[in-house]
Ligand binder design. Structure first.
Ligand code: GLU
Length: 424
């Protein structure tokens, strides 16, 4: 048998690009805020970063070893918070970038957390449920010293779901000797999950899109890239609000219907077949075509680096609402801003997830629960007030919404550092 040691440092990865983007955005915000070099360096560097090897017993008895990560970018405003991603292209740079965006996101929407992210370099589709359970539990055991309801609270991200969160909660609780629901959010309802959490990111995208539209949604055309936890719900909520969702894609391809897609029927098709492609009541669309359609609103809700300097000049949407983290590169940002395209940035547009994660955690710590309409109202209030703040800082300082969101988020973290002081 040959032994393969997995590399931890791919030469030119998507993660590297994501980290470059995150560092660029931080640098520009730091400049605008007049932060000194020491503080800039501190904010550019994760507080803690753990890489682990995760041995997994396959059902056939063989063992795989995959790489896992947990990065706590910042813990100044509260415990670290952020999802765990299972994806074949995940690496330490990507997880670091995503952790940094969590820090600014939490500060921007006013939840008392720092930022974190976790990842395992694995394609979950290649593993059975039993294998995924063993993988998740072993990964959690490896990062156990870092996490806890007062320290670092994971949540779902790409490739993970409620079941993954249940295994995390159980692994942590067995080790503690008692049930600790507050160690993770996005749990099933039976384990202390929150009403409204599953749909929260999508609901937040809808709230952000409608706020930024500034006109009645009836007849507004929308294209959504990605039909997972965020994209499918966002398409549904935007259609419910009266928008015409004309195009949707996933990794296998896209579908287009000029009169609007029946999003519920498409969801049923995907539940049955596992992919958007082949859906009958629509035309087929090439993967890259969706981003360049002549629509009013584009919702990238897949992965980082979807809109780049290569395709940005051909993007025709007037409004982009980022359901994904980091879908637009800084070069693309520049091109889109010059073309007058408005972008509601990720750290604002997709913050609905972490907002309801916060509400879930508060309910866990207090051992009580809010109704779905109470959760929805709180989510709406927090999203709309964050949007209002970003909009007014953008207007006052003549910035794009992304630049303004980073000035606010980075500024709040910098201020918290200043007030706490440097120990020793
Ligand atoms: N993974 C989600 C995000 O990127 C949610 C994080 C959380 O709820 O902690 O915002």
């Amino acid at each position: 048998m040959s032994v393969m040691v997995p590399s931890t440092t791919p030469a030119q990865s998507a993660g590297h690009e994501a980290l470059e983007s995150a560092l660029f955005q931080l640098d520009r915000a730091a400049e605008r805020l007049g932060l000194d070099d020491g503080l800039r360096t501190m904010l550019a560097t994760p507080r803690r970063s753990l890489t682990v090897s995760v041995p997994v017993r396959r059902d056939d008895g063989n063992m795989d070893v995959v790489q896992g990560y947990r990065v706590q970018h910042n813990v100044t405003r509260g415990p670290a918070k952020g999802g765990i991603r299972f994806h074949p292209a995940t690496d330490i740079d990507e997880v670091t970038a995503l952790a940094m965006w969590m820090t600014w996101k939490c500060a921007l929407v006013g939840v008392p957390y720092g930022g974190a992210k976790g990842g395992v370099t694995v394609d979950p589709a290649q593993y059975t449920t039993q294998e995924l359970e063993r993988l998740t539990r072993r990964y959690v055991s490896e990062i156990l010293p870092l996490i806890g309801p007062d320290k670092d609270i994971p949540a779902p991200d790409v490739g993970t779901n409620e079941q993954t969160m249940a295994w995390i909660m159980d692994t942590y609780s067995v080790s503690a000797g008692y049930a600790v629901p507050g160690v993770v959010t996005g749990k099933p309802m039976t384990l202390g999950g929150s009403l409204g959490r599953a749909a929260a990111t999508s609901r937040g995208v809808q709230i952000a899109a409608l706020a930024a539209l500034g006109r009645a949604p009836e007849g507004v055309t929308v294209a959504v890239q990605g039909f997972g936890k965020v994209g499918a719900g966002a398409a549904q909520f935007l259609a419910d609000a009266g928008c015409k969702v004309v195009a949707i894609s996933d990794v296998t391809g896209g579908v287009y219907a000029a009169d609007g897609l029946d999003v519920a029927a498409l969801r049923a098709w995907v539940a049955e077949t596992g992919m958007v492609r082949g859906y009958r009541d629509a035309d087929e669309l090439g993967l890259d075509e969706l981003l360049e359609l002549d629509v009013d609103v584009l919702v990238p809700a897949a992965l980082e680096g979807a809109i780049t300097e290569a395709n940005a000049p051909r993007v025709r949407a007037r409004l982009i609402v980022e359901g994904a983290n980091g879908p637009t590169t800084p070069e693309a940002d520049r091109i889109l801003a010059a073309n007058g395209t408005v972008i509601v940035p990720d750290i604002l547009a997709n913050a609905g997830g972490v907002i309801v994660s916060y509400l879930e955690w508060v309910q866990n710590l207090q051992a009580f629960s809010w109704t779905e309409s109470q959760i929805e109202r709180k989510l709406r209030d927090m999203m709309e007030s964050a949007y209002g703040e970003v909009k007014s800082v953008a207007a006052e300082r003549d910035l794009t919404l992304r630049e303004a969101a980073h000035v606010i988020g980075v500024g709040r973290v910098a201020e918290a550092h200043r007030m706490r002081g440097l120990y020793p």
